[in-house]
Design a protein. Structure first.
Length: 108
């Protein structure tokens, strides 16, 4: 009888842990979608900026063009840095989501 009660509580504990793993994985997936949306918005802005740059800045000259080119280069470098961070964040989130799902499946 005591073994049955112990098994019952162990089963309840496994189910609770499984639900927590699934919940955490779902929350991380929602977070990942939000981050992807923000990155897409940023990428659209970079595209528009580069399009405008190509259209208008090519005719500029002198100090104005030099100043603008310097700022434009800094923005491009910042974008590349953001892409590196994005890739690392995506990789980490996908790994953690997979780990949580695996743990949930293990407890099934």
């Amino acid at each position: 009888m005591i073994d049955a009660i112990g098994d019952f509580f162990d089963d309840m504990d496994r189910k609770r842990n499984r639900m927590e793993y699934k919940r955490d994985a779902d929350q991380l997936e929602s977070y990942l979608q939000a981050v992807q949306h923000i990155i897409n918005f940023f990428e659209e802005g970079i595209y528009l900026l580069q399009s405008a740059h190509q259209q208008y800045a090519s005719g500029w000259s002198g100090r104005s063009k030099e100043s603008y080119e310097s700022i434009n280069n800094e923005m491009i470098q910042a974008a590349f840095h953001l892409y590196d961070i994005r890739d690392e964040l995506y990789r980490s989130l996908h790994q953690e989501i997979a780990r949580l799902r695996e743990n949930a499946d293990f407890l099934a």
